[in-house]
Ligand binder design. Structure first.
Ligand SMILES: Cc1cc2nc3c(=O)[nH]c(=O)nc-3n(C[C@H](O)[C@H](O)[C@H](O)COP(=O)(O)OP(=O)(O)OC[C@H]3O[C@@H](n4cnc5c(N)ncnc54)[C@H](O)[C@@H]3O)c2cc1C
Length: 591
């Protein structure tokens, strides 16, 4: 069975010693002093380990079932969902005007990491609802907000996002779902959507589907797409539930992981829907929440890796095989615990250095979102827009790799279903695919984000890295961090220069290197985070912090990342500089 203990200590370190949120001047952050965040994180950690984690394996083994048109979630999910609602965990950062608690998004992310680590599939029912809530909040009329938001804040009604169709996922311009306007201002929606997460289930009394569809007069491609609110049960004027709408579950997908989440084929058969936002501007409305949604998926990447890492550490301390080559560590036993072996340590250090770096990166991203929203900070908005594909693509690729590495620590036992490692690996895999496959994230980064606003945001990022390195010029202890970061940043700039010089002549030269660029940039971002964390850890030690093991461990883990992971940047640059030729050399029929 999965066991999980939230790493609240590290979260507190990032919030208060790295990001220094109390001094950040963001409205809403003034409440977030150490004691307050500790109380919230401890409470969320308790729910995660006591309520959600015990259901992780149940969800995986039992999965969801479709019986007579009704989707049933695994045993215990309903009670756990009630506990989440009662605890107010669904409403943390929602608007107080609609019953939310109005906390900063950053705090929601910290808490969300724990819920995902404990039970990713379960947390998606709430996560998708939050996405739909945000869309209605940003684009709904006053009436729509009053009708739907209070019930969605409490998760009495849950939400879904319907984009994908059988013949189109990435290329939504080919969408076939139609919206026919009616005299009363509503639309009749007809079409089939596939892979809809939390599409139907028995956890809430209504499901509010947000559906992309083509209304007449919008033209070809994505321009003609509009966004509609299509409730499972129509809502009467007094807010009570009315008739069943003509939307039904065609089938549940049989899939590799996240079995506890119902992934549905949804059939809309002249279902009644209402326009959300402007006609023919559906893509824009859907993508307003993109930074948050993609950050949420990046978070899934490292949160599952954290759960897998915790299992790997416990196993490595317990499992005995072979002897420490420098002398027995447990002479009273037949062998030493495998944690003594350098190669097992390598795996654990890879895992730890990734997860902690990824946590700092994601929290920083959430902090930028808070700055953009609450301070109307344009620089923060530009920076998070640049970082979003990196957070999504890099953290989910590495999150999966980390889960596999944690599985490897278990040897053959990790491959069996007796241990939770197979589930972690299977669950982590989807985050690389949905919310825009990672190849598409890389295209977004190189094709759009680098040049956005005349390249202003990427230049600001380079300046930020330079300033961080310069700030520690006179601190010898920081050299392993700043030297490695400077070098990696130069490699990233060289890659950007290669695209500028070659991309116009041959766009494939840039597209062939985009995936490597996303990873190169991901390493630079984590390198920056480790530099900031090392600085904070040295400061704590200089100020006489009593928990020296934590801070010294931080510095050593950061050094590991800089020494053992950042060299990957040179490889990515070398690949990028080969251009399109090696990638495009074969004709289709040579494959
Ligand atoms: C478990 C699960 C849950 C999901 N939940 C939802 C949900 O709640 N709502 C929803 O709407 N969808 C959902 N999806 C769908 C998901 O977002 C899509 O599967 C994903 O966006 C990819 O689309 P596709 O599967 O059609 O792949 P395709 O678009 O066919 O892509 C196939 C491959 O080709 C690559 N590719 C495509 N176009 C290009 C290009 N121009 N350049 C380079 N490479 C390209 C892609 O990167 C990918 O590797 C879910 C999927 C799964 C499996």
């Amino acid at each position: 069975m999965s066991s999980y203990t939230a790493n609240t200590k590290d979260m507190q370190f990032v919030l208060h010693e790295v990001l220094k949120i109390s001094e950040a001047g963001v409205p809403g952050y003034e409440e977030l002093d150490r004691d307050f965040t500790e109380a919230v994180l401890d409470a969320a950690g308790k729910v995660s380990s006591e309520v959600l984690a015990p259901l992780n394996e149940v969800g995986d083994k039992e999965g969801c079932v479709l019986e007579n048109g009704v989707v049933r979630t695994p045993k215990g999910f309903d009670a756990a969902f009630e506990a989440m609602k009662e605890g107010g965990w669904t409403a943390l950062d929602c608007d107080p005007d609609f019953g939310g608690q109005g906390m900063p998004y950053l705090l929601n992310c910290a808490v969300g990491e724990m819920f995902v680590s404990a039970n990713m599939a379960f947390n998606m029912y709430q996560g998708l609802t939050h996405g739909a809530y945000s869309a209605i909040h940003a684009h709904g009329t006053d009436e729509q907000k009053a009708t739907y938001l209070p019930k969605m804040v409490t998760c009495e009604w849950t939400g879904t996002m319907n984009l994908t169709e059988p013949h189109c996922g990435t290329d939504l311009g080919m969408m076939r779902t139609k919206a026919d306007p009616q005299d009363d201002g509503s639309y009749l929606i007809t079409g089939t959507k596939i892979f809809i997460s939390a599409g139907d289930h028995d956890l809430s009394e209504n499901v509010i589907h947000l559906v992309l569809a083509k209304a007449p007069g919008g033209g070809e491609g994505t321009k003609g797409i509009s966004l509609f609110i299509v409730p499972k049960f129509l809502v009467n004027e007094d807010g009570s539930l009315g008739e069943r709408n003509s939307v039904s579950v065609g089938k549940l997908e049989e899939k590799m992981g996240i079995h506890g989440n119902a992934t549905c084929v949804m059939n809309y058969d002249s279902a009644q829907g209402w326009l959300l936002g402007d006609l023919h501007k559906g893509m824009r409305a859907m993508f307003t929440m993109m930074n948050e949604a993609r950050l949420g998926v990046g978070l899934q990447g490292y949160a599952v890796a954290e759960a897998a890492y915790q299992e790997a550490v416990a196993y490595a301390k317990d499992r005995i095989q072979g002897r420490d080559v420098t002398g027995a560590k447990a002479p009273e036993k037949a062998a030493d615990p495998i944690i003594v072996h350098p190669d097992v340590r390598r795996m654990l250090m890879d895992q730890k250095s990734f997860v902690e770096g990824a946590r700092a990166f994601t929290f920083w991203g959430a902090h930028l979102i808070d700055r953009a929203h609450k301070l109307d900070d344009k620089a923060a908005d530009g920076l998070i827009s640049l970082m979003t594909p990196v957070i999504k693509g890099f953290l989910t690729d590495k999150g999966f790799e980390t889960a596999v590495s944690a599985q490897q620590v278990f040897g053959g036992h990790g491959y069996t279903e007796d241990w939770p490692m197979s589930q972690h690996v299977r669950d982590a895999r989807i985050a690389m695919i949905y919310e825009g496959a990672n190849g598409i994230q890389a295209l977004d980064l190189v094709g759009r984000k680098l040049a956005q606003d005349g390249g202003k945001h990427v230049m600001a990022f380079f300046e930020m890295v330079k300033a961080e390195c310069k700030a520690h010029d006179d601190d010898e202890r920081m050299k392993p961090f700043t030297d490695a970061l400077k070098n990696a940043s130069k490699q990233l700039q060289a890659a950007g220069m290669f695209f500028m010089q070659n991309g116009m002549k041959n766009p494939n030269a840039a597209l062939s290197g985009s995936y490597d660029f996303m990873h190169l940039m991901g390493h630079v971002c984590l390198g920056l985070m480790w530099t900031r964390m090392a600085k904070a850890a040295f400061a704590a030690l200089d100020n006489g912090a009593s928990d020296t093991a934590f801070y010294e461990g931080k510095i050593a883990t950061g050094r590991y990342y800089m020494a053992r992971q950042l060299p990957a940047c040179a490889m990515h640059l070398a690949r990028i500089e080969t251009g399109a030729d090696p990638v495009m050399a074969l004709a289709d029929d040579q494959f």
